[in-house]
Design a protein around this ligand. Structure first.
Ligand SMILES: O=C(O)CCC(=O)C(=O)O
Ligand SMILES: [Fe+2]
Length: 324
């Protein structure tokens, strides 16, 4: 059975210098996109076990808790996980069979692994990397998996797009575009024929692909994805923001940065209201005039105001442009 709303993800070939597919806002497979990387021949289970075997990596257990916070995930040594995963892929039962090594942020300490990666030219300008100085945002992780675990349907945070490279083994993925978000939820099984049919009845397309060893897949920001491991797998995933998709990404990063500022404003409010009656009328507001003078408080606040006024004007111009 192949329902009408099940759509095959398109494949592109070549040297991937042309990034025009990004503007089409559809997922694509970059055929053999990582086949000539050093990683493609080097990154075997033996390589990771011998060099990084004692490194502890977080374990996701999506069956037990699909929303597990990163800090609460238990760790396992890479060598131990790989032993289990290879055994499970070969049909052995194993106490670790519900565990998925679905995010080793290897750049925290093992960034030398990036030397084995040849980022396809179309992904080389990644604006998510540029905000590294502003906010700690890990864009790359390595995943180890086996056929008994999967990533339930979800979207990636910060409205980034994602590309991932299938270094060992094979995965499959089904995706739903963001404009149909009202019809899906975290954890929906889009591999269930009945659900796919129901989605079809509402006009919702479900994109489908197999990511073979050596392939790279890219999907645009906001796309829901459900990923299954067909075999033992090693893959590298990268959050990617092209200039074309920068605006919503920057807004989401800004929302994170604004949070402490807004919390601080609340503290200031509470402190002012300790002595003043209300914030409009600062009668009885008790503060040191000396400290205000000595710290150039008034001049600094004026600079602050000017900055926000200029940002406001820029945002208004941008909004006017977008609404055109
Ligand atoms: O490979 C997987 O299991 C999930 C990958 C994923 O969700 C991602 O790269 O954003
Ligand atoms: Fe994801």
């Amino acid at each position: 059975m192949n329902p009408k709303n099940l759509i095959q993800v398109k494949t592109i070939e070549g040297d991937f210098a042309d990034d025009s597919f990004i503007k089409k806002e559809l997922p694509v497979i970059l055929k053999a996109g990582c086949r000539n990387w050093v990683a493609f021949s080097k990154w075997t289970p033996e390589f990771f076990s011998s060099i990084y075997g004692n490194v502890e990596v977080p374990m996701s257990n999506y069956k037990k808790d699909p929303y597990q916070a990163a800090q609460t995930k238990p760790n396992l040594k890479i060598a131990e996980y790989l032993r289990s995963a290879l055994g499970i892929a070969a049909g052995k039962s194993d106490e670790n069979q519900d565990l998925y090594s679905a995010g080793w942020f290897f750049c925290r300490g093992y960034c030398e692994l990036l030397k084995d990666v040849s980022v396809p030219p179309c992904f080389q300008e990644n604006w998510a990397d540029r905000v590294q100085k502003v906010i700690h945002f890990d864009t790359r992780s390595i995943l180890f998996g086996h056929p008994k675990v999967e990533s339930p349907l979800h979207t990636d945070s910060f409205f980034v797009s994602t590309w991932f490279a299938m270094i060992r083994g094979q995965k499959r993925m089904r995706l739903v575009p963001p404009e149909y978000t009202q019809y899906v939820q975290n954890g929906f099984n889009v591999y269930d024929d009945k659900l796919v049919d129901e989605l079809g009845a509402h006009g919702v397309p479900v994109y489908d692909c197999v990511i073979e060893e050596g392939d790279v897949v890219w999907f645009p920001p906001g796309w829901w994805h459900h990923v299954k491991n067909d075999t033992f797998t090693i893959s590298l995933t990268t959050n990617f923001v092209s200039h074309y998709h920068f605006l919503p990404f920057e807004q989401q990063v800004r929302a994170v940065l604004m949070k402490p500022i807004l919390n601080l404003a609340k503290v200031k409010e509470d402190c002012v209201l300790k002595t003043a009656k209300d914030r409009e009328n600062l009668v009885n507001f008790d503060h040191s005039s000396k400290a205000v003078v000595d710290s150039y408080f008034v001049r600094n606040e004026a600079k602050f105001l000017a900055h926000f006024q200029s940002e406001l004007a820029k945002t208004e111009r941008l909004l006017a442009h977008l609404q055109h």
